[in-house]
Design a protein around this ligand. Structure first.
Ligand code: SAH
Length: 506
């Protein structure tokens, strides 16, 4: 049997995936198996590429997976010699039963290491602008669980808690907040003590409600867990939270999942709630036409290669690799890229784009290529099957011998039902990064029974005029078009729109 590796109990932080520690992120990257909780941000699991992901999230009160089961799973995986990460919300040792897991592992002879995390006990207050111990008002903070009796060592002495002074932080207390507030007041805490309830702290869905403790259960009735309650004299000292520029905006990202990560990350960082709903999927072709084109490229047949998207670069590169070819296939070839992002995809492979037009459109690319002497030059136009004829026709008219090779098809994938429901209920904006994302969106909406009115009420922000024209042709309303035809340009357009419409578009 292999020696067991230490099991890492990793704190995931309070909610925002970026609040994990560097050590925690590193542990996830090296993990073979990750056992995770309901409270850990799903984005963190993306760090554990290739690892087996086991959801042991116990919804409060559900009996689906017991603590013994979790302990046993940890032990079994560790005994196989795997790198096991137990990812827990907040800090692993602040409630949440990390201590029990550590003991069970130790008893089984398996080493344990803890990577602390940012606990919501203090982060929830901080994210609401409250310093738990502002020395002008409090010199103690008492952190208490509200789920009294659930295997806790001793019943909570609410009388003592009410009389420590300073600030009280209640966790796992939302379901019994009425009862707890009454007990604290009975024990002598003033009914007027300032209090705040913070739901889903540090996420775009964060909500904060403040009221005197006697009124908080009623005032904050609309909140739902996870909620942390902060009670005490530092609550009124809270500084106002500066809203992020896209706070409250629910934005649909229609790019294929594989390319959406940076865009989603940026939109989230700006405060928006992102609804990922890929409306296109790339299906590379592996047919004789692609084979022949790649072989001609490697044989030095072409003078120019023109690439009109990141997908084009990716699929052409994969086709080369598939045939054990590499960047040398481009030796002596002038490379034209439609825009910066396509050029960047090339440079990631060590290829420099010789021609990048100032405006990132087929027309601008045609203009730039026509400025070269194209008479009798052989051009490989490597792109999607459904590409527009503009580029091919203009290059042919300029005397070039164009091979327009379909590297991939763009299809409409089946939509994720949750994302679709969110789009229908609450989306403010849909981002469109190509004409095909617009067409895909409309296909999805039609296939799932949306009517014209629903289409009409969707506001699109488009990466450029070509996508905007396609969106309008599909019956979508275009709220804004980027000035610079890149994802960053598109996000700038969203920011501009949000600043002009502080209370939203619908
Ligand atoms: N180990 C975790 C706490 C687990 S107990 C930590 O250190 O944060 C679960 C409780 O944590 C919830 O009932 C709630 O009170 C609190 N909590 C967790 N995430 C939260 C969040 N994003 N916002 C507010 N409270 C949160």
């Amino acid at each position: 049997m292999p020696d067991p590796q230490p099991v890492l109990l990793v704190g995931a932080g309070p909610g925002d995936p970026r609040l994990i520690t560097l050590a925690g992120a590193d542990a996830l990257r090296r993990a073979d198996v990750v056992l995770y909780d309901r409270l850990a941000a799903p984005e963190l699991l993306d760090l554990a590429a290739g690892a087996e992901l086991i959801d042991v999230g116990k919804a409060p009160r559900s009996q689906t997976i017991t603590q013994d089961n979790i302990n046993q799973l940890l032990i079994n995986h560790a005994r196989r010699g795997q790198h096991v990460v137990r990812l827990k919300g907040g800090d692993p040792f602040v409630f949440g039963r990390g201590g029990e897991e550590a003991s069970a592992l130790t008893a089984a002879g398996i080493p344990v290491r803890v990577i602390p995390g940012v606990t919501s006990a203090t982060a929830a207050a901080a994210a609401a602008g409250i310093a738990v111990t502002d020395r002008r008002a409090a010199s103690a903070v008492t952190i208490v669980t509200g789920s009294d009796g659930d295997g806790t060592a001793e019943p909570i002495d609410w009388h003592a808690v009410a009389n420590v002074g300073g600030v009280i932080v209640l966790m796992m207390a939302w379901r019994s907040i009425e009862d707890i507030a009454a007990r604290l007041i009975d024990a002598g805490l003033s009914a007027q003590t300032p209090a705040a309830a913070i739901e889903r702290a540090t996420t775009p869905q964060q909500r904060v409600i403040t009221a005197p403790i006697a009124e908080l259960p009623e005032s904050a009735r609309s909140l739902s867990p996870p909620v942390t309650v902060v009670i005490g004299p530092t609550v009124p000292l809270a500084h106002p939270i500066a809203d992020l520029p896209l706070a409250g905006w629910r934005i649909v990202v229609t790019r294929p999942a594989a390319q959406a990560a940076t865009m989603i990350e940026r939109l989230r960082t700006l405060g928006s709630i992102v609804i990922p709903l890929p409306t296109i999927e790339i299906r590379p072709r592996q047919d004789a036409a692609v084979d022949a084109a790649v072989q001609r490229l490697a044989d030095g047949h072409y003078h120019y290669v023109a690439l009109t998207s990141v997908n084009g670069v990716d699929t052409l590169w994969n086709a080369l690799e598939h045939r054990q070819l590499d960047a040398r296939a481009f030796a002596g070839v002038r490379i034209a890229a439609i825009g910066n992002e396509t050029a960047r995809a090339l440079s990631r492979r060590g290829l420099h784009a010789d021609i990048v037009p100032a405006a990132f459109t087929s027309t601008a690319l045609s203009d730039r290529l026509e400025a070269e002497d194209l008479a009798d030059k052989r051009v490989l136009l490597a792109r999607a099957a459904q590409g527009s004829p503009v580029l091919r026709d203009r290059l042919s008219d300029a005397g070039a011998r164009v091979d327009d090779v379909a590297l991939y098809d763009t299809i409409t994938p089946p939509p994720d039902p949750d994302a679709l429901a969110e789009l229908r209920a609450a989306a403010n904006l849909v981002t469109l990064t190509s004409p095909s994302t617009a067409q895909g969106l409309v296909n999805i909406l039609r296939d799932t029974g949306s009517d014209a009115a629903q289409l009409d009420s969707l506001q699109a922000v488009c990466i450029g005029p070509v996508s905007a024209a396609a969106a309008r042709q599909c019956g979508l309303s275009v709220a804004a078009v980027a000035d610079v035809y890149t994802v960053d340009g598109l996000i700038d357009a969203v920011l501009q729109l949000a600043s002009e419409h502080p209370s939203g578009l619908r």
